[in-house]
Design a protein around this ligand. Structure first.
Ligand code: KIV
Ligand code: NA
Length: 270
């Protein structure tokens, strides 16, 4: 693919080919993700992964805009989706519209993502009718950690029926895709079969229409904790720490810089 897909293209991938996505928060990471992913998500996980916050509830519009602008500079083939931060869309459809437009206008994102099921359906319909493509996010919704009581598996027992109803409500409201986080695999498969829009799994099922991970998690760069659903495809954090230790030892031993890293007083060829 030469140009970025549109939200309608992502939607049309359901039943055709798996949708590949990772988060990105910076230009260099966006460049790495761009070649291999259908969309890059500027997730509000940036608050925990890059800013050291203990949850995503402290993330602001200003943080999302700054990271969204950086990611946009690194993308040419992948679509960009940006998270709406906690407190910027829940009050009313009008509040959501105002902030979604600001995120899209100031970053160039093709779509916004917001957390919530049936209770957000009215807002999703409002935005969609007014030109804002919406990706929904159900199951474990980290912005609700306070009321969910931790980062637990969602949709077990009685929760399964509620989650299926959430999925149906947001699909009918016009969302073009839905992230399903940390739910039993069988339930994710049933929802995927039940709704007309793509399900993007994280801690869900290989049967979802697509997958997303936090890129720093799968690269082994973010190591403060590791959810079960994260597979580490690299150990960049460990490798980086070893490199920093090697640098520190060489500086202390006056082995770095070596002659090839220094400059002669005479310019070469002068
Ligand atoms: O913020 C984020 O990174 C996310 C994904 C994990 C889906 O919402
Ligand atoms: Na998020």
């Amino acid at each position: 693919r030469k140009t970025a897909p549109l939200p309608s293209d992502i939607r049309a991938m359901k039943g055709q080919t798996p949708i590949v996505s990772l988060t990105a928060y910076t230009t260099p990471m966006a460049r790495m993700v761009d070649a291999h992913c259908d969309f890059a998500l500027v997730g509000d996980s940036v608050g925990m992964v890059l800013h050291g916050l203990t949850s995503t509830t402290g993330v602001t519009m200003e943080m999302m805009i700054l990271h969204g602008q950086a990611v946009a500079r690194g993308l040419s083939k992948a679509m960009m989706v940006i998270d709406m931060p906690f407190g910027t869309y829940e009050e009313s459809p009008a509040q959501a519209m105002r902030n979604a437009v600001r995120l899209m206008r100031e970053t160039g994102a093709a779509a916004v993502k917001l957390e919530g099921g049936a209770h957000m359906a009215e807002t999703i319909a409002f935005l969609t009718a007014r030109g804002v493509p919406v990706m929904a996010h159900i199951g474990l919704t980290p912005q609700s950690v306070g009321t969910l009581g931790g980062y637990k598996v969602q949709g077990r027992g009685h929760g399964a029926r509620l989650l299926s109803e959430d999925a149906r409500a947001i699909a009918e409201a016009g969302a073009f895709a839905v992230v399903i986080e940390k739910v039993p695999a069988g339930l994710a498969d049933r929802i995927t079969a039940d709704i007309a829009i793509p399900t993007i799994g994280i801690g869900a099922s290989a049967g979802c229409d697509g997958q997303v991970l936090v890129v720093d998690d799968m690269l082994g760069l973010f190591t403060a904790f590791k959810p079960k659903f994260v597979k580490r495809y690299a150990t960049l954090g460990e490798d980086g720490e070893a490199a920093i230790a090697a640098y520190a030892a060489e500086v202390r031993a006056r082995k770095f810089p070596a002659p090839e890293h220094t400059f002669a007083e005479e310019a070469p060829g002068a």
